[in-house]
Design a binder for this molecule. Sequence first.
Ligand SMILES: Nc1ncnc2c1ncn2[C@@H]1O[C@H](COP(=O)(O)OP(=O)(O)O)[C@@H](O)[C@H]1O
Ligand SMILES: [Mg+2]
Length: 262
Amino acid sequence: MSNALNKTATAPATGPVLAVENLRTSFLVDGAWKPVVRDISFTVMPGETVAIVGESGSGKSVTSLSIMRLLQPDMSKIEGKVMLGGRDLLALPEHEMRKVRGNDVAMIFQEPMTSLNPLLTIGDQISEALLSHLPISRADARAETIRILEKVRIPSAASRFDEYPHRFSGGMRQRVMIAMALATKPSLLIADEPTTALDVTIQGQILDLIKMLQEEEGTSVLFITHDMGVVAEIADRTVVMYRGEQVETGPTADIFHRGQHP
Ligand SMILES: Nc1ncnc2c1ncn2[C@@H]1O[C@H](COP(=O)(O)OP(=O)(O)O)[C@@H](O)[C@H]1O
Ligand SMILES: [Mg+2]
């Protein structure tokens, strides 16, 4: 008992992994700046899952792409602050930002096939991701890849190492994407509708997998979805967006309790 108390007393006071402050993103449309995300602010604490939920077109993907600075620079303007471990990502030079994308923050998307190279085997893709981040040999990268594939519950992982993405089902491809995302042990995983293209059973399996890995690795997750059922399943706290604005933020249970927005 006193052990638990000691632990609390000596735990370092850690701040948020991610703090988004007054994020505003505009696109150049017909020569004028059109804001599509307005004044979004939220935090993601260590080990926490925060959902951004909203109907299609409400600005969820633009928010996640703005955080990662993956929008075309000459056609977009991102204002506000995106604090990651004490650094404002919006103020970093692009070469620093590239390191952040590979190491500190990982992303998974709705359609895993578009992020997998159809010409490379599953095993080679994960190995390459490892080799580009870690000072390890090819043999070690292969062993680590198989370990990761087992971890994301790919059956007969060792024998599937040399298979190409088209041989994998949608659910299995998303498992591979999760494996690649977590290979470099990021502090934050951004998942933009990662289960939307999957059927309901597989969707549940992928959510369980993300939850399990998150608990094991302590990764924080920013989970983007239009589906309130998914939110209830996965999120500690929820940000509700509507037409580019943040209309509610709070513990997921409270959002469901109030549920004022369509
Ligand atoms: N590159 C772009 N140029 C202009 N408008 C865009 C661009 N990308 C997205 N939008 C607009 O921004 C709004 C939000 O889109 P998005 O973030 O993709 O919505 P969601 O992910 O919530 O479905 C939409 O109205 C969309 O048409
Ligand atoms: Mg979207």
